[in-house]
Design a protein around this ligand. Structure first.
Ligand code: ATP
Ligand code: MG
Length: 427
C-alpha cells in the first residue's frame, strides 16, 4: 500500500464533529454584523506581496518572518494573505468604495502565517474582520467596540474576556514619542534582549510588546505613549472612554498595547482571555486613518477589528453549555424495491412541503432491524416505515424514536399535514 499523505503542519481539517460548532459561531457573528448594518465583501486569498509589505510594515513579525510568499509562473511575487485589512483597503480604492462615503464592511475566511503551531496558533487560521470607512469621530470607535462586545456576549464568552484599550495618537505624535523611546532604550542598551536590539532600529514601539520576563522592569519604566498624545488624539480617546462607560462597558487602559502592525493610529483595542495560555487575544483592532492614503487612495478615516475564529471556538468548547446540535428529524425506511420507490416519492414530498426538516432516507438496503439501528444512531425523532402491509393500505407507519408513544398509521394523503403539525415551530 502506498504511503498516505498528511496535511501540512499547522493547517487543520475541520471535521463534521466540530464543523457544526463553526457554523453556529460563524452564523452568530454574521447575524450581529448584519444587525449593525455591515455588508459582506469577499476578497481574494492571494495578493501581490507588495501590498502587505507596504501596509503591514517591513519591520513587523508578519512581514519579517510569517508570510507565505512565492513566485507564480509569471515570476510575480504573490503572498497568501496574512490578514484582511490590506486587501479590503486595496479593493475599496480599486472599486471607488471609499472616497466621500461611509462603508461598513465585513469578511470571513482563511488567513496564512508561518508561525510555530500550538493551541490557538496555526498556519492556516480563520478570521472575521469588520471595517468602517469614512467616519473620523470617536462615536464609531465606540459602536465598533460595542459590536465586538455583543458578539462575545451572544456567544456566552463576555465574562471570560477583558477589553484593553490604548491610543497610539497621530502619526506625528507617535514619531516624536518614538524618538524619546529610542533615546530611553539606547541608554539601557545592555539590558535589551536580541529581539529588542534589532527592533530598536527597525520598530522600537514593538519592544513594549516583548513577553520576555527579564525585560519587564525596563519596559515598565519606559516613557508612556499616552503621556505624549497630541491634543486631538487625547480628546478622541477621552470621548471614546466616556461613550463606552455610558454604554456600560468596562475596560482597562493598557499603555503597552501597541499592536503588531504599523498602520494603526489613535484607538487600538484587544479582547484578551487568560483561558488560552499564551494565545490570549481573541479579537484585536483599531483605527488606521492613514492607510487608505498610504495605498494611493484619498485621505479616508478608517477603523476595524479582526476576530480569531479558532480561539473563539476553543473558548466556546470550554464555556458554552447549550450548543444547539442539529440532528435528523425523520428516518425513512422501506423494505423492497417497490416500497423504496414509494418512499422516495414521499420523502421528496415532505422536503418540498416542510423544508426545515432534516429527512434521512435509508439507502443501501438492509433489513428493517438494521435500518432501525441506523435510525436510532441518526438521532431522528421519528422513523417512517413503508413495508408490504403499509404499501397495500397506502399508508406509512410512524414510530417515535424518543418517546414510548404507540406506533401510528398515517395515510399517504395525510403525511404532510401530520408532520406539519408535529414539527410546528413553538410559539
Ligand atoms: P498574536 O499576538 O496572538 O500573534 P496578532 O497580533 O499577530 O496575534 P492579529 O494580526 O491582530 O494577531 O490578528 C487578529 C486575531 O487573529 C488575533 O487576535 C487572533 O485571535 C487571531 N490570530 C492571529 N494569528 C493567528 C494564528 N496564527 N492562528 C490562529 N489565530 C490567529
Ligand atoms: Mg502574531
Amino acid at each position: 500500500m502506498a504511503n498516505s499523505i498528511q496535511a501540512i503542519r499547522g493547517m487543520n481539517d475541520i471535521l463534521p464533529n466540530e464543523s457544526y460548532l463553526w457554523l453556529f459561531v460563524e452564523n452568530t457573528i454574521k447575524n450581529i454584523l448584519h444587525s449593525y448594518g455591515y455588508q459582506e465583501i469577499r476578497l481574494p486569498i492571494l495578493e501581490k506581496t507588495e501590498l502587505f509589505k507596504r501596509t503591514i510594515g517591513e519591520a513587523t513579525d508578519i512581514v519579517e518572518k510569517e508570510m507565505y510568499t512565492f513566485l507564480d509562473r509569471n515570476q510575480e511575487s504573490l503572498t497568501l494573505r496574512p490578514e484582511g485589512t490590506a486587501g479590503c483597503v486595496r479593493a475599496g480604492i480599486e472599486h471607488g468604495l471609499l472616497y466621500n462615503q461611509i462603508q461598513k464592511l465585513w469578511y470571513m475566511g482563511p488567513y496564512f502565517r508561518y508561525e510555530r503551531p500550538q493551541k490557538g496558533r496555526y498556519r492556516q487560521f480563520y478570521q472575521c474582520g469588520a471595517e468602517v470607512f469614512g467616519i473620523a469621530t470617536p462615536d464609531i470607535d465606540a459602536e465598533l467596540i460595542l459590536m465586538s462586545a455583543r458578539i462575545l456576549e451572544t456567544l456566552g464568552l463576555k465574562s471570560h474576556v477583558e477589553l484593553q484599550l490604548n491610543s497610539l495618537g497621530s502619526i506625528e505624535s507617535r514619531q516624536s514619542y518614538r524618538k524619546q523611546l529610542v533615546a530611553y532604550f539606547s541608554d539601557h542598551q545592555n539590558q535589551l534582549d536580541e529581539d529588542s536590539q534589532r527592533r530598536l532600529t527597525t520598530n522600537p514601539l514593538r519592544i513594549l510588546d516583548s513577553k520576555n520576563p527579564s525585560m519587564q522592569t525596563l519596559i515598565s519604566a519606559a516613557p508612556k505613549l499616552l503621556d505624549h498624545l497630541d491634543s486631538e488624539s487625547n480628546d478622541h480617546f477621552l470621548k471614546l472612554q466616556t461613550y463606552l462607560k455610558n454604554a456600560g462597558l468596562t475596560f482597562t487602559i493598557n499603555s503597552r498595547l501597541v499592536r503588531g502592525l504599523d498602520y494603526y493610529t489613535k484607538t487600538v483595542f484587544e479582547w484578551v482571555t487568560t483561558d488560552l495560555g499564551a494565545q490570549g487575544t481573541v479579537c484585536a483592532g483599531g483605527r488606521y486613518d492613514g492607510l487608505v492614503e498610504q495605498l494611493g487612495g484619498k485621505q479616508t478615516p478608517a477603523l476595524g477589528f479582526a476576530i480569531g475564529i479558532e480561539r473563539l471556538i476553543l473558548l466556546t468548547q470550554q464555556f458554552l453549555t447549550n450548543i444547539p446540535v442539529k440532528e435528523a428529524d425523520i428516518y425513512f425506511m422501506t423494505d423492497s424495491e417497490t416500497t423504496f420507490q414509494t418512499g422516495l416519492k414521499f420523502a421528496e414530498e415532505l422536503r418540498q412541503n416542510i423544508p426545515h426538516l432534516q429527512i434521512l432516507q435509508n439507502c443501501g438496503g438492509g433489513s428493517l432491524k438494521n435500518q432501525f439501528k441506523k435510525a436510532d444512531k441518526s438521532g431522528a425523532r421519528f422513523a417512517l416505515i413503508i413495508g408490504e402491509q403499509e404499501f397495500s393500505t397506502q399508508s406509512v407507519a410512524v414510530k417515535s424514536l424518543r418517546e414510548t408513544t404507540p406506533q401510528e398509521i398515517i395515510s399517504w394523503s395525510q403525511l404532510t399535514s401530520y408532520f406539519k403539525e408535529k414539527f410546528k415551530p413553538s410559539p
